[in-house]
Structures are given as structure tokens and as C-alpha cells.
Design a protein around this ligand. Structure first.
Ligand code: TEU
Ligand code: CA
Length: 577
């Protein structure tokens, strides 16, 4: 085993036949939501010292890089996405000294660290905004977008996190309204102002000079606005994010950021980019010299009913549409740039509940099946912490259990309109962001070993059996399956760079594809249904050798080249001609 691995690593390093190899294409990223990972001091909030105490756990997963959600100073209206000082650490999370130690700890273990860059907006507690709002003649006034009240009521802008959905807020001292796409505590920064842009570049250099390995760029597609603020184009009705994501100077700003900052470092950059393939691809087209990877939304947006806030279709999602979306993005990035693949993050419910099946019968198999999908596609995996354990939605019954500003402001909207709050609460059990934010489950002790105090968000009671300690001890656990799958991807350039072709494309129950490179071929087979399903292997082959399987038994292959799969069964074969 040891030598085999070493051999294939040597093989990987010497493989010259793949153009444009990059560490960030070959890496498996692990996303950590620091607030919920590990609390070191009993205040109920995860922190940097907590992360430091678990570096070996992360190393053992086999991942190559982590993305940390924001750890900067913040009043936490949106859990760190409202930054009051970009160059200091949130008090609850620790100090800059802790940060330096953590970074070194990751680097000593050969794990890269990318950080969140949140520059569409800052916090209303940021010095810039506190000064700006005092007077129109403040040198910071133009760091933000304002609508002077003498011009009347500003043209409607929708806010995602506002109880009236109003994206403008009146400020008395300046007799003007400021723009906030997110909460009123998150004023949008004015990228039109070159002085502001330089401040941001300086801040980025500060972190890069410290040695961080890149940025995940939050809501980056929204930074450029048409500052004449025309009426919202009606064709975007209900899809304001797509309008916001298409500002007139967006790509000029990113190109400038690249010239001024990014081009001087070997770093990974990933654009959180709402929008169509044509729009998103611009960020990563190498000819544009902007960013490396794009993180699209189309996959996770599938399966919601139109015109209601985050209500999933009670009939579930359509696997053919799912296959179509992921294939479309694969093919876009096969021509230009590079993509990412994920099913969960801090803005999403737990992948197991949303895309798999969290009933006791299918929890483990469907979780392993989804892990197989994420780690076998041609795109950099961004794997969300806790998914390796098979964590699922907590499904709160009471509004008071929730913390998320998005949910709470949308709840207020429904309430004000006299809408169906019961229904809203039911919808949120499936789709709310807090489902993905409950604390990590380390062991069976009180509070799952996350904290000795009162956790900031309730812990899923299933920690008694879904936790690191129990799963490390069980060779069949989802945790051990994840590690195995990471190993399989990392030792096979074919699973990273190989071409992708769907097999039995119109099969409504099974998602199957081959990955092929330099004569090596793998077949990935994923049964997305809670029942036996059949895949027709529609190409010629000599042997199918099993590489990984989420069941103890092999799928049966009959004489008609049909594979009979158990519920949620997933397998990867090495194909020989
Ligand atoms: O999310 C950007 C974004 O577009 C979100 O509104 C997303 O669509 C929504 O959360 C889905 O429910 C980023 C961050 O990832 C998110 O956590 C922040 O709240 C948001 O920006 C504002 O900074
Ligand atoms: Ca703490």
C-alpha cells in the first residue's frame, strides 16, 4: 500500500502530458465555518485555538487546503460577513497571534489556507462608514453608494436581508440613503472610487504577505453598480441577484485587482459568482487575467419552487435536470478556466438532507454516494465540514432557535404580509442556512465535545452516534469512506483532469459518467434513488475493476451489460479495454 501510493505520486509529479497543471486544480478543499468547528474556551463559540487543536484531524482527512469563513473583526449581524476591521481578528475568535500560529500549523502540515474576501460591503461599524455617515464632505462619503434625499425616493433596490426587502436606508446626518444589497448593517462599498479600490488592494496584500494561499471572493459579482440607478429591469423579476451580478465595470475591477495584487502571488482565487455560464466564465477565462476558479449557484438552486422564498419542490428534484446542470458547467470549463464542485456550504442546508436521504435507513449510503459525486467530477471539490460525518439538517421547530439574519428578516416579511408562518417554518427545516451551521460533532460527551459551555446554536441531538470519535472507530463509517475517496482522487490524475462523458445519459435514476485520460478510464456510477436502479453500460470494455463501493456487495452485472444497483449505491470502476 505504502509503495503503491508513493509510486503513483511520483508518476503524478512526472506526468508531463497534462497542460497547465496547478496545485489548486489538484487540491481537495475543506471548508471550515470557524464559529461551529471547535470552541477552546467554553464561551460556546468556535475559535482559532479550537481549530489549532484539531489540525491533526484535518490533516488525517487527506485534504490539501482549507477555506475559512470570515474571521475578521465583526459585530456579527451576518456572522462575520459584516466586517468592521479587515486587518484584525474577531475578538471571539482570538488574536492575530493565534492566527499566525494557526497558519503556521496548517503550513507545517502542507495544508494551504484560503480566506474569505468580503468586499462588496463592509460593516456599518467599520470606521469608513462611521465617518462617511457623519457628513457629505467626509473623505469616506464616497466609499459608499448614496442617493441624496433631495432627489426624492431612490429607485427600488431589493435587499436580501431586510425585513422590508428595501436595499436603501435613510441616514439623517447626510440627508441621503445608502445602498445595502444585504442587511442594513452591511453597506455596499463604492468600487467606482479608485481610492477605495486601493485600500482594498492594500488590505489584500497584507494577508497575502502574511503567507495565506488565496481568497474566496464573497458576492464578488455584485461589486460594480450602474450608479445612475435605473429602474430594475423587469426581465430580472424575482432574480435580482442576476441583475446585480452583471455590473458595467465588474471585469475592469477584477482585472485591475489581478494586475495590482493577484498576479504577484501564486495563489488560488475563487469567485462566488451568481449568473449564467456566459457571465461566470469571464472570471476564469485565462485570456482575461482575472481569477482561477468559479463557484456557480445553478446546481444548488435546483429544486426550489418559483416565487416563494426557499421552498423546495415537495416532489423532490429531477435527476435529469441535475445531470444536465453539472454537465453543462463541466463542458463550459473544459474549454476555458476551471470550476468548483460542492453540494453544501454555510449558505446551504446539509447536503445529506437536501440532496440525499437523511432517514436512518439511507443516511450512510446516500451520504457516501454524494461524497463520491463531489470527489469524482472535473472541478475542484469544496467539501463542507461535517459532511464527512454525514451530518444532517437539525430542523428547528421554533423561530427562537434560529440565528441567521437572512431567515429572520424573511420571517418578518412573511409575518408583515400576514403570510403562512407555519408553512415558512416547515420550508426552513429543509432549506435554511442554519441547518448547515450547527456545531461540529466530535464525540458523545455533552455538547458533542464542541464546547464546555452553551453552544451559540443548538447541536444536533444525533451527535450521540454521528460524531468523529465513533466514526473513526468504525471502518465502514462515512468518515472513513470520505478519507478513502479523497485518497482515490488524489492518486489519480484521471479523476482530476480526465475528460467527462455521461453514460446512459437519459437514465432518470442513475448518474453515471466516465473520466478518461491518456488511456486510463474510470466509470463512476451513482444511484440517486432510494430503490434498486439499473444502469446500462453503453460502451465496450473488457473488465470493470471495482475501486470503491459504498456497499459490501458488488453490483450485479448481467449479460445485457446492465448493472443492478442497490438504493443509493455508488461505485467507481477502473475500466480496461
Ligand atoms: O453569499 C452571497 C449570496 O449571494 C447569498 O445571498 C446567498 O445567495 C444566500 O446566502 C443563499 O441563501 C455570501 C456569503 O456566502 C453569505 O454567507 C453572506 O451572508 C453574504 O454573501 C453576504 O456577505
Ligand atoms: Ca470560544
Amino acid at each position: 500500500m505504502q509503495t503503491q501510493q508513493a509510486d503513483s505520486q511520483v508518476m503524478m509529479q512526472n506526468d508531463q502530458s497534462i497542460p497547465d497543471r496547478k496545485w489548486w486544480k489538484e487540491a481537495v478543499f475543506y471548508q471550515i465555518y470557524p464559529r461551529s468547528f471547535k470552541d477552546s474556551n467554553g464561551d460556546g463559540v468556535g475559535d482559532i485555538k479550537g481549530i489549532i487543536s484539531k489540525l491533526d484531524y484535518i490533516k488525517k482527512l487527506g485534504v490539501d487546503a482549507v477555506w475559512l469563513n470570515p474571521i475578521y473583526a465583526s459585530p456579527n449581524y451576518d456572522n462575520g460577513y459584516d466586517i468592521s476591521d479587515y486587518q484584525s481578528i474577531m475578538t471571539e475568535f482570538g488574536t492575530m497571534d493565534d492566527f499566525n500560529k494557526m497558519l503556521k500549523g496548517f503550513h507545517d502540515r502542507k495544508i494551504k489556507v484560503i480566506m474569505d474576501l468580503v468586499v462588496n460591503h463592509c460593516s456599518s461599524n467599520h470606521k469608513w462608514f462611521k465617518e462617511a455617515r457623519k457628513s457629505r464632505s467626509s473623505k469616506y462619503y464616497n466609499y459608499f453608494h448614496w442617493w441624496p434625499a433631495e432627489n426624492g425616493v431612490p429607485p427600488k433596490r431589493i435587499s436580501f436581508f431586510d425585513e422590508n426587502a428595501n436595499g436603501w436606508k435613510y441616514n439623517k446626518e447626510t440627508n441621503s440613503y445608502y445602498l445595502h444589497y444585504f442587511a442594513a448593517q452591511q453597506p455596499d462599498l463604492n468600487w467606482e472610487n479608485p481610492v477605495l479600490r486601493q485600500e482594498i488592494y492594500k488590505m489584500m496584500r497584507f494577508w497575502l504577505d502574511k503567507g495565506i494561499d488565496g481568497f474566496r471572493m464573497d458576492a464578488i459579482a455584485f461589486i460594480s453598480k450602474d450608479i445612475k440607478f435605473p429602474l430594475l429591469p423587469p426581465e430580472y423579476n424575482g432574480n435580482w441577484a442576476h441583475y446585480y451580478a452583471n455590473g458595467p465595470f465588474l471585469h475592469d475591477y477584477i482585472k485591475e485587482m489581478n494586475t495590482e495584487v493577484l498576479s504577484k502571488y501564486d495563489v488560488a482565487t475563487v469567485a462566488e459568482a451568481e449568473g449564467s455560464v456566459e457571465k461566470v466564465i469571464k472570471f476564469v477565462d485565462p485570456a482575461n487575467h482575472e481569477l482561477n476558479m468559479a463557484y456557480h449557484f445553478e446546481g444548488v438552486e435546483l429544486g426550489y419552487l418559483p416565487n416563494v422564498y426557499k421552498r423546495v419542490d415537495p416532489n423532490g428534484y429531477n435527476l435529469l435536470e441535475f445531470k444536465h446542470i453539472y454537465s453543462k458547467w463541466d463542458s463550459a470549463f473544459s474549454v476555458k478556466g476551471w470550476g468548483t464542485i460542492y453540494l453544501g456550504n454555510h449558505d446551504q442546508p446539509r447536503m445529506l438532507t437536501r440532496w440525499g436521504n437523511d432517514t436512518p435507513e439511507f443516511r450512510e449510503v446516500s451520504s457516501k454516494m454524494l461524497t463520491t459525486f463531489i470527489l469524482s467530477m472535473r472541478a475542484t471539490p469544496y467539501y463542507y465540514f461535517g459532511d464527512e460525518l454525514g451530518m444532517n439538517n437539525i430542523k428547528f421547530d421554533k423561530i427562537d432557535d434560529y440565528n441567521d439574519i437572512e431567515l429572520l428578516t424573511n420571517y418578518m416579511q412573511v409575518k408583515q404580509k400576514g403570510g403562512d408562518l407555519k408553512r415558512f417554518m416547515e420550508d426552513m427545516k429543509i432549506s435554511s442556512r442554519d441547518n448547515g451551521r450547527t456545531p461540529f460533532q466530535w464525540n458523545t460527551s455533552e455538547n458533542a465535545g464542541f464546547t464546555t459551555g452553551t453552544p451559540w446554536l443548538k447541536i444536533n441531538p444525533n451527535y450521540k452516534y454521528i460524531n468523529v470519535e465513533s466514526e473513526e472507530a468504525d471502518s465502514n463509517s462515512t468518515l472513513n469512506y470520505f478519507k478513502k475517496m479523497v485518497g482515490l482522487r488524489k492518486n489519480n490524475l484521471t479523476l482530476i483532469y480526465g475528460s467527462y462523458h455521461m453514460v446512459d445519459e437519459n437514465n432518470p435514476d442513475v448518474y453515471a459518467y466516465t473520466r478518461e485520460l491518456n488511456g486510463n478510464r474510470y466509470l463512476v456510477v451513482l444511484n440517486f434513488k432510494p430503490r434498486v436502479s439499473i444502469l446500462t453500460v453503453s460502451f465496450k470494455y473488457d473488465h470493470l475493476d471495482l475501486e470503491i463501493n459504498n456497499y459490501p456487495d458488488k453490483p450485479r452485472l448481467n449479460d445485457e451489460h446492465e448493472l443492478i444497483l442497490k438504493p443509493y449505491q455508488s461505485v467507481i470502476y477502473k475500466v480496461s479495454k
